[in-house]
Write a protein that binds this ligand. Sequence first.
Ligand SMILES: Nc1ncnc2c1ncn2[C@@H]1O[C@H](COP(=O)(O)OP(=O)(O)OP(=O)(O)O)[C@@H](O)[C@H]1O
Ligand SMILES: [Mg+2]
Length: 152
Amino acid sequence: MKMHYDIEGGNFSAAGRASSEIKKTLKQFNIAPALVRRIAIALYEAEVNVVAHAWKGTMNVDLTPEGINVVVEDEGPGIEDIGKAMEEGFSTASDRVRQMGFGAGMGLPNIRKNCDEMYLSSTPGVGTRLEIKVYFGASSVCESCHRNFPAE
Ligand SMILES: Nc1ncnc2c1ncn2[C@@H]1O[C@H](COP(=O)(O)OP(=O)(O)OP(=O)(O)O)[C@@H](O)[C@H]1O
Ligand SMILES: [Mg+2]
């Protein structure tokens, strides 16, 4: 199953829409709550990064019985030093972004902690690409439902 979302830079009132819709879909497929939580955290941070740091972007999701693969691509200023951006506490967030409650420099480290694979690449002045993978494994189907994924 594939899903596509557009993300608008600077629009904090819409930030989180894509990640919460994906979360809803995962729950409908009876993915274990702990996995849903990890994926939702990673996708929310990725979405907010586009809103906070880029002009516009897309989130493309590929959901299979094995896992979820998400590619977030944006047009924006890009990242000069990926190693630095991955450090806890590093942030270039503007005053406006900080006023919205973001800018702790914890988003990318949180994404890394919550997914199985993460690939981040960027061209300064052009944009950024983030790919996230989470594997469902044998225990992905909700224990209390005993239904198989996918339910189609
Ligand atoms: N999509 C992006 N485009 C441009 N720069 C980015 C992007 N994502 C992250 N960055 C850069 O990496 C830094 C660290 O990102 P990270 O998500 O860890 O922290 P943050 O967004 O600044 O704060 P927080 O996520 O805690 O609210 C950002 O401050 C920014 O400089
Ligand atoms: Mg962030």
